[in-house]
Design a protein around this ligand. Structure first.
Ligand SMILES: C[S@@+](CC[C@H](N)C(=O)[O-])C[C@H]1O[C@@H](n2cnc3c(N)ncnc32)[C@H](O)[C@@H]1O
Length: 197
């Protein structure tokens, strides 16, 4: 069992963030400087917007954020001028076309997307790996050469194979587990940098 109201939960309340999820992004960014002011970022698996708040802060007013999720985003984001949202399944060509139609070339793709879990660890891992493979094809299509992808995956036996596959497209792939990610959670993040041309 974990304590839902842990230190990060309390910190989020105090600092006015929607959820503790934002600290996973901040922890990773403090160490690896993935996202910088002025960048154009694609966020997949954005609902209900916990990390979105952090991404908007990191890109700043001169940056731009395009979000995507199967589920709707809170209406509070609609008034943000440097934000777009495309609802739908990222694995669907029509959703990709709608994102592409916005006309941005992205420097960074951040994905916190996760499949619905069954409770069977190995099956959830394989589903998550499958989703990351599809998301990496979005990265290859939509990122600028040299761009980065930070993507969540559930830990498991195919991780090594997935990392090898990602290395075909990115110069470096690191496994990261931020301190704010619950230690007993199977989630890890893969930080893929230097998209090859
Ligand atoms: C862990 S939640 C994201 C939490 C969010 N990043 C936050 O900080 O509030 C995972 C999200 O991935 C989304 N998702 C899963 N599969 C997806 C897909 N194929 N296309 C788009 N979104 C997807 C789910 O709808 C869900 O909202």
């Amino acid at each position: 069992m974990y304590n839902r109201k842990d230190a990060y939960y309390k910190q989020a309340k105090q600092e006015g963030y929607q959820s503790r999820a934002v600290y996973k992004l901040f922890d990773i960014n403090a160490k690896h400087r993935v996202i910088r002011k002025g960048q154009t970022v694609l966020e997949i698996g954005s609902a209900p917007g916990g990390m979105t708040e952090g991404l908007l802060e990191l890109v700043g007013r001169k940056g731009h954020l395009v979000c995507n999720d199967l589920l709707p985003m809170p209406v509070s984001f609609e008034s943000v001028s440097n934000y777009d949202f495309v609802q739908g399944d990222i694995t669907s060509p029509s959703v990709r076309a709608r994102i592409g139609g916005l006309g941005y070339k992205f420097q960074v793709l951040v994905s916190d997307a996760a499949p619905s879990t069954t409770g069977i660890k190995s099956a959830d891992h394989e589903q998550s790996v499958h989703l990351v493979r599809l998301i990496s094809s979005v990265a290859v299509d939509m990122l600028e050469v040299g761009g980065s992808m930070l993507v969540k995956v559930f830990e498991g036996g195919s991780r090594g194979e997935l990392v090898s596959e990602l290395k075909a497209s990115f110069r470096q792939v690191k496994v990261v587990k931020p301190p704010s990610s619950r230690p007993n959670s199977v989630e890890i993040y893969l930080l893929c940098t230097g998209l090859k041309g």
